[in-house]
Design a protein around this ligand. Structure first.
Ligand SMILES: Nc1nc2c(ncn2[C@@H]2O[C@H](COP(=O)(O)OP(=O)(O)OP(=O)(O)O)[C@@H](O)[C@H]2O)c(=O)[nH]1
Length: 514
């Protein structure tokens, strides 16, 4: 491992498979300088020829002078001004990349790099024979340091990945790994310089973090730009008449806003501008205003009755809609506010979901009750409630397995969880939250209808509004079900959960500047 690492330093971008089995030699320049000509069987490199010519010339000019290049000066032969930084040595860097990293290469850098490659490829026995005493060599010490330090640094980075459960690509786990301390940049040997690449952290730091509102806008930009584009072309050089109103209504319905809201918008537009010229901006403004009116009554805070101890929040929804992630975000908010939170890993179908919730519990300082894969989820909810009572938790949040609304067995199991909790406290679960994935269109309406019947959903959270969200369906759901919308998910991070604001959401959908 350590030797392989050294080898990488000296063989940038080389296909290591094509190299000899022996570990790479420490290609000190003086090694090549002192190798007698007959031993090197490869043809002379340009730099060697140039060097010999210079030596001959110097000898001719002053036959008394010593013509051996002193050892300590030798590293200057190949300063490699743009050598790759050691931390990224795993990433093969070709000489071409080295050049571009620091601008155009000097004419003599390329042959030097070539010479180094040749030296590195030379059979190890030859080099060892000719190599001067290594401990004396100034460059050798830092290399030894790096060799010792490198495995430890690598372990720091690898460890969280090894500990991660099966679904290592899970962003929650990735983020958990990301927050591990970074390995320190090793001290480079003399004669090397770090490549002038901006570290990734610096690049990230340079980019201003997008606010959640920007992410929401971007997420909904597919809906809004499609809508506004179509609306603009609809009203170009046309007065508002019945036909344009009908076309507009169709466009709004296609954007999932629902018939009721579409009619609200067209009616208001007709009352203001019938028979007159209409611009896209007029329509967007009316759209934002009418959508705000529909959403305002459902934009409510999540009320907790802390007399219950615990206030039980059951989280339900179709697979992958973001239940577990949302639970983590909620737990972070609540425990951050000083409440004692207990989580119940009721998604007993998916091992990764249990692990994922454990990580969230750890990150948020919450207690957690979990059981084996495949255990009875209602039994787990019961146990979790008992534990939460015992521990005097303020809030118990119960995760459940994702289920398609048409899977009757799973839906029956959900009913059972609700029944069991109701036996422990007639009012429990006090809140039944349903997560909806904003990338889903009309199907989200169907999901709400069924989960509402089975689990008595009392409020909604729409997740993934930072992606290529559709979002319009939330307006239709609000108009029809009038269920509170508490929060929106605008990312995978712990803080990416924002209270739902009707006006912000409406303006983002309508493409109106705030
Ligand atoms: N971009 C984005 N991704 C999210 C958001 N919320 C959740 N996700 C991601 O969506 C994926 C599914 O989230 P989970 O929390 O595992 O969903 P779940 O509903 O518990 O999934 P099941 O256990 O399969 O039912 C994960 O990759 C999350 O990181 C969000 O607001 N924005």
């Amino acid at each position: 491992m350590a030797f392989g690492f050294i080898k990488k330093i000296f063989t940038f971008g080389k296909d290591t498979a094509a190299e000899p089995e022996t570990e790479a030699p420490l290609a000190e320049p003086q090694v090549v300088e002192t190798v007698p000509e007959p031993v090197i069987e490869t043809p002379k490199t340009a730099i060697a020829e140039e060097r010999d010519a210079l030596l001959e010339e110097a000898e001719a000019a002053n036959p008394e002078a010593p013509h051996h290049v002193p050892a300590e000066a030798e590293p200057d032969i190949y300063p490699l001004p743009h050598a790759p930084a050691l931390p990224v040595a795993e990433d093969p860097v070709s000489p071409a990349e080295i050049e571009t990293a620091g601008g155009p290469a000097d004419d003599d850098v390329a042959p030097q790099a070539e010479a180094i490659e040749e030296q590195a490829a030379a059979p190890v026995e030859e080099v060892i024979e000719e190599e001067p005493a290594a401990p004396e060599d100034a460059a050798a010490e830092p290399i030894a340091e790096i060799v010792e330090e490198e495995p430890a640094a690598a372990q720091d980075e690898i460890a969280p990945v090894e500990e991660a459960p099966a679904e290592a690509e899970d962003p929650v786990l990735e983020e958990a790994a990301r927050i591990e301390p970074k390995a320190e940049t090793p001290v480079l040997p003399k004669g090397f310089a770090t490549a002038e690449r901006t570290p990734v952290e610096a690049v990230v730091a340079q980019q201003p973090k997008r606010t959640w509102f920007q992410r929401l806008r971007e997420g909904l930009s597919r809906t809004s730009s499609q809508l506004t584009g179509q609306i603009t072309s609809l009203f170009t050089k046309r007065k508002l008449d019945d036909a344009t109103l009908q076309d507009l209504e169709d466009l709004l319905i296609q954007a999932d806003l629902g018939v009721e809201t579409a009619l609200r918008i067209t009616d208001t537009l007709a009352s203001e501008r019938y028979g007159k010229d209409v611009t896209g901006t007029d329509v967007s403004r009316i759209m934002a205003s009418e959508i705000t009116k529909v959403l305002s009554p459902v934009a409510k805070p999540l009320e907790l009755d802390l007399n219950h101890k615990p206030h039980v929040i059951l989280v339900v929804g179709v697979n992958g809609t973001g239940k577990t992630t949302t639970i983590g975000k909620l737990a972070a908010k609540l425990s951050g506010a000083g409440l004692k939170v207990m989580l119940a890993a009721g998604d007993t179908f998916r091992a990764a979901a249990i692990e994922q919730l454990k990580i969230w519990a750890e990150r948020t300082g919450s207690d957690i009750v979990s059981s084996k894969l495949g255990a009875d989820a209602a039994g787990l909810a019961y146990e979790a409630y008992e534990q939460a009572k015992l521990k005097q938790s303020d809030v118990l949040i119960v995760d459940t397995a994702g289920r398609l609304q048409n899977k009757t067995e799973l839906m029956a199991e959900l009913e059972k969880i609700v029944r069991v909790l109701g036996k422990l406290d007639p009012d429990a679960p006090h809140t039944v939250l349903q997560t909806l994935d904003a990338t889903t269109g009309q199907n989200a309406m169907n999901q709400v209808e069924i989960f509402r019947n089975v689990a008595g959903v009392t409020g909604l959270i729409m997740t993934k509004l930072d992606g290529t969200a559709r979002g319009g369906i939330l307006v239709a759901i609000a108009a029809k079900h009038k269920l509170p919308v508490y929060f929106i998910g605008v990312g995978e991070g712990i803080d990416d959960l924002e209270p739902f604001e009707a006006k912000d959401f409406a303006q983002a959908i309508a493409g109106v500047e705030a």
